[in-house]
Design a protein around this ligand. Structure first.
Ligand code: PMP
Length: 367
């Protein structure tokens, strides 16, 4: 027998057929992808520069403009997750030596913002609209004006809030806004909407230095998405074709349902959920009702219990994902995300039943 050149053998694990478990994805994301969006993603692959693909990208652009409530021409989806869009925003808008101001937590007082902007002269002010780690939705009105008065761009993360809480990019003077595909949009993770205002474009396209990332360089991406007015599209990277099909379908569903209906449903379902939790004797982590993010609810970790036992119990016995805290909220909260198609009273009833069951059967310390 001829000697094989192969030194690493075909892995046995790959001989097994893979079937993904069916789960209720009620954590802070990803959320369940409905059959219609899964089916769109299963369509045959075409070339990333074929005219039909460019049309899909144009549809995606229109869908994002609607979801963001913006007329910005510079509106695209980056190939990557929410973090990719975050890096795209920062890498393109900031040059070496420039300052960035970030609102870390709590509700940002207008006066404090004004003082910090005057003192530190940042070129960019970053705020998360829907803080999925704490379950807080930050008010946005008025902040854009303050930023512009201080010659600062207003950057907002709406990964966890877009489609689930009112947001008007143009009216609220937001200069750069980005989101993700895997939350309210119910598309698979891996594409991220982002939009730049005229003011942001002025800065981004007049840089003295090149952005640190070639992949996220908006000069390239603007051309690739047909936003730079040039007749020819130049190959930049191979778009995740199937992911764009899915994203297009998810934006189509949002457009069909209507943004305001979606905002209203998320609010109503969240309120119904919060009432159910309080009736069970559980406490909400965010005390101020108006500051509660409708998409991701934070529940004070039930005293006497190990939160990990609760989430594991619910996963094992109810096939349902809820999660613990993140960053500063680890150990303090349970987090439940009800986003897009998952935002329904039926889902709430399922979560409440699972929690009731877990509190009955998980170990509770007597102290
Ligand atoms: N920002 C917020 C508010 C988020 O909730 C998340 C995801 N949990 C991200 C950014 C990061 O997105 P991704 O995990 O898709 O990179």
């Amino acid at each position: 027998r001829a000697m094989s050149s192969i030194t690493v053998q075909p892995p046995k694990c790959l001989q097994k057929t893979f079937v993904a478990p069916r789960r209720h994805m009620f954590g802070p994301g990803p959320s369940n992808v409905p059959p219609r969006i899964l089916a769109a993603g299963a369509e045959p692959i075409i070339g990333h520069m074929h005219p039909e693909m460019l049309e899909i990208m144009s549809d995606i652009k229109s869908g994002i403009q609607y979801a963001f409530q913006t007329q910005n021409n510079m509106t695209i989806a980056v190939s990557g997750t929410g973090h990719t869009a975050m890096e795209c925003a920062i890498f393109n808008a900031v040059e070496p030596g420039e300052g960035v101001l970030t609102a870390v937590n709590g509700i940002w007082g207008e006066r404090a913002a004004e003082m910090a902007l005057a003192k530190h002269k940042p070129v960019l002010f970053f705020l998360t609209h829907g803080e999925s780690s704490t379950g807080v939705v930050h008010p946005l009105d008025g902040i854009g004006d303050i930023c512009h008065k201080h010659n600062c761009l207003f950057l907002v993360d709406c990964v966890a809030s877009m489609g689930g809480a009112p947001l008007h990019m143009d009216k609220q003077g937001i200069d750069i806004l980005y989101s993700g595909s895997q939350k309210v949009l119910n598309a698979p993770p891996g594409t991220a909407p982002i939009s730049f205002s005229e003011r942001a474009c002025q800065k981004v396209f007049n840089r003295k230095t090149k952005p640190v990332s070639f992949f996220l360089d908006m000069t390239w991406l603007a051309n690739y998405w047909g936003c730079d007015g040039k007749p020819a599209r130049i190959y930049h990277h191979t778009a995740p074709v199937s992911a764009f099909y899915s994203l297009r379908e998810s934006l189509a569903i949002l457009a069909e349902q209507g943004l305001e209906n979606s905002w209203r449903r998320h609010k109503e379902v969240a309120e119904y959920f919060h009432e159910g939790l309080e009736n069970m004797g559980l406490k909400l982590f965010v005390k101020d009702k108006n500051a509660r993010l409708p998409t991701v609810t934070t529940i004070v970790a039930p005293p006497g219990y190990d939160w990990k036992e609760i989430t594991s119990y619910i996963m094992k016995n109810h096939n349902l994902e809820i999660s613990g805290g993140l960053g500063p909220s680890v150990g303090q909260v349970l987090r439940v995300g009800l986003m897009g198609g998952n935002s329904s009273k039926a889902s709430v009833d399922m979560v409440l039943e699972a929690l009731r069951d877990a509190l009955r059967y998980c170990h509770k310390s007597k102290v």
